[in-house]
Design a protein around this ligand. Structure first.
Ligand SMILES: [Zn+2]
Length: 186
């Protein structure tokens, strides 16, 4: 039997036992029985009293209705605000300062939304900051990163380092706009 089912069964047994014990006390202890009977009698009397019609001016009825509606709306708003998850510090896009692109780990600073700066590349194996190397084949530049520590070598990017920086800036801003930044590993 699952833990949840066992809990429900135990609660049902406890409820039935409590009801039986309470009924036993009410039925067999005279003081309690008299008290319960008197309470029941008075409740019935109160019920009869509450059933009597009274004359109220319409404006008061309207005011009471309006008041009840306002109160219900306030309670509903309070419940909704309690339920809605508040964006915590961790979920703020200002804390999006690291992501992976092209097999390389990128880190940057972020002080206001959508303005990342000092974007740097890091080794995905040992986390050493990477050096960019550029080769040119005719006019086409090819930039790759090498790690001094573990000799990791990244895939080539078909841009020079300046273009790659500008591209990464736009890529980070794109991920911020689309919400993909939420999937980045911390
Ligand atoms: Zn490395």
């Amino acid at each position: 039997m699952a833990k949840g089912e066992r809990n429900i069964r135990n609660n049902v047994i406890a409820g039935v036992l409590a009801t039986l014990i309470a009924s036993g006390i009410i039925a067999f202890v005279p003081v309690v029985r008299d008290f319960v009977l008197r309470l029941a009698g008075q409740s019935l009397g109160l019920l009869q009293y509450l059933k009597r019609p009274v004359a109220l001016p319409l404006w008061l009825v309207a005011l009471l209705c309006l008041g009840s509606v306002c109160f219900a709306l306030l309670v509903a708003a309070f419940l909704v605000s309690r339920r809605a998850p508040r964006p915590s510090q961790e979920e703020s896009s200002l804390n999006y300062r690291k992501d992976e692109f092209g097999g390389v780990v990128w880190r940057w600073r972020m002080e206001s939304d959508f303005e990342p700066y000092t974007i740097s590349a890091f080794c995905p194996v040992c986390d050493m900051q990477l050096e960019a190397q550029t080769e040119r084949y005719g006019y086409a530049p090819s930039t790759y990163f090498t790690c001094d520590k573990c000799h990791y070598r990244s895939q080539p990017f078909n841009m020079d380092p300046g273009e790659l920086q500008a591209f990464m800036l736009r890529e980070i801003q794109r991920r911020l706009r689309t919400g993909e930044w939420r999937q980045a590993k911390k």
